[in-house]
Every structure is written in C-alpha cells, then in structure tokens.
Design a protein around this ligand. Structure first.
Ligand code: ADP
Ligand code: ADP
Length: 229
C-alpha cells in the first residue's frame, strides 16, 4: 500500500469570480520507502502541493492520505512528517544540539531518548564536533545538515524537502546530494523532494513527477521521463 496517496487534490486561491485554480486535481501514489522528486517550471504549483502534504496549506478538495490515515484536517505535527526547507529554518539562538533536540522536547520524549537520537543523527551527519555551535558559526552546508538532523531525529514516516540545496554553491550541492542519497539508502524513509534542478532530480529520484500549470504532466522513472540515451 502506498505511503502517500493524493486523490483528486485541488487547490484554489481566492474566491469567485477571482478564483484561481493552482492545483487542478492531482492523483499520485508514492510507495513506502520511495524517493520521488517533483520538478517543473516556477509557479507550476510544486511548493503548494508539498505544503498541502505537510499541512501548511489547506486543500480545496480531494484527499491526502499518509499511511492509512486521511490527514486533510490534521495539523502538521500530527501528520508523521518532517520537512526540510531551502532556508534551513534553524533557531539562531540555539546550539546545534538544541536545534535537533527541540522538536523532541516539545513532544515530551525522555531526555535520555532525545540524547540518543541526537547523538545518532550527529554521527550520521558528521555533526558530532559542532553540537555546541550556533547556526551563525556554521557554513551553509553544515546548516543544511543540521536541518536534516532535526528532521531525522523525529523518525517520521515521510520526509518532505522543499528545494533544500538551492541556497548552496555548486560544489556543496553535489556533496549534499550524495549525502541525501546515502541517508535514504540507510533510512529508506519515504521522501517527496521538490527541486528545479534537473541533475538533482535525475540522480535522486527513483521516480519523478513533472508538474506543469498545476497538473502532473508525467510521472515515471528518470529514464521514462527524459528518454533513454
Ligand atoms: P512553484 O513552487 O512551482 O514555483 P507555487 O506552488 O509557489 O509554485 O505557486 C503556484 C501558483 O500559485 C503560482 O501561480 C503562484 O502565484 C500561486 N500562489 C501561490 N501562493 C498563493 C497565494 N497565497 N495566493 C494566491 N496565489 C498563490
Ligand atoms: P535543559 O533542557 O535542562 O535546559 P539542555 O537542553 O541545555 O538543558 O540540555 C539537556 C541535555 O542535553 C543535557 O543534560 C546534556 O545531556 C545534553 N546536551 C546538551 N547539549 C549537548 C551537547 N553539545 N553535546 C552533548 N549533549 C548535550
């Protein structure tokens, strides 16, 4: 059974007669453990769709299921997802450790469990030596690794990535892309990843969703989408 199931999901901004359909009724099934990348020109609705899955944006009609639950009316924190943003969205006054631990504290997990999870994430992401620093004392790549650490400590059913690498320089983008691949190879967390970078899409995506003007124009493997060489 699919981990993420979108059924005739629509999004309309504004009210008639000025209503604008931004997502026109999308059907997508994302398998458990799959890494799927969403691409398409600016303004085609990628962010809107991702934010609706995250619960940051209401859907106008249709259904979104995560696991076996319809999540249409659930808050982001009730959806068993973690999201990684382009601008990292770290807490500037907190240390790396506290940035990763914060969400778990809010959930009320025991300190020992929080510590185990943060230490483990720090190990995976090679942040062990940086736990006492604040975000300001980190490079862009390190900040993005903290943002990912904060997502993985939650052990969510689903990762949502919103152009996570687009603020990094070209060399770091390549390096972080490899790290994300490694992370998925070991955790196998179902992932929906938005990018406008074709190379990123082809190397990371097991399948791709090609969006255009609020519709999923094509869904398939990179070879199917771009044609075999
Ligand atoms: P993408 O992420 O693919 O660049 P978006 O999802 O950000 O596209 O935007 C899709 C469309 O929805 C765009 O035409 C954008 O102008 C419109 N849009 C996004 N947010 C709003 C809003 N709050 N009100 C009205 N229109 C919006
Ligand atoms: P409190 O929640 O009591 O304000 P902190 O959030 O500062 O305390 O830290 C809680 C626990 O997290 C500490 O007792 C410590 O075990 C662990 N901890 C905090 N920072 C670090 C760090 N940089 N490296 C390892 N463990 C840390």
């Amino acid at each position: 059974m699919a981990k993420i199931h979108l059924k005739q999901v629509k999004k309309t901004y504004g009210k008639a007669p000025k209503a604008v359909d931004v997502i026109h009724g999308i059907d997508i099934d994302i398998a458990d453990g799959e890494f799927i990348v969403m691409v398409g020109p600016s303004g085609c609705g990628k962010s809107t769709l991702l934010r609706m899955v995250a619960g940051l944006e209401e859907i106008s009609s249709g259904d979104i299921m995560i696991g076996d639950r319809v999540v249409n009316n659930l808050e982001p924190k009730e959806r068993d997802i973690a999201m990684v943003f382009q601008n990292y969205a770290l807490y500037p006054h907190m240390s790396v450790y506290e940035n990763m631990a914060y969400g778990l504290k809010i959930q009320g997990l025991p300190k020992a469990e929080i510590d185990t999870r943060v230490q483990r994430a720090a190990e995976i992401l090679e942040l062990g030596a940086l736990l006492d620093r604040t975000p300001r004392q980190l490079s862009g790549g390190q900040r993005q690794r903290v943002a990912m650490g904060r997502a993985i400590v939650r052990k969510p059913a689903v990762f949502l990535f919103d152009e996570p690498l687009s603020n990094l320089d070209a060399k770091l983008r390549v390096q972080m892309r490899l790290e994300i691949q490694k992370l998925h190879a070991s955790l196998r967390t179902t992932s929906l990843y938005v990018t406008h970078d074709q190379v990123e899409a082809m190397t990371l995506g097991q399948r791709m969703i090609v969006m255009n003007k609020g519709r999923a124009e094509q869904i398939g493997t990179p070879a199917e989408v771009y044609g075999k060489p």
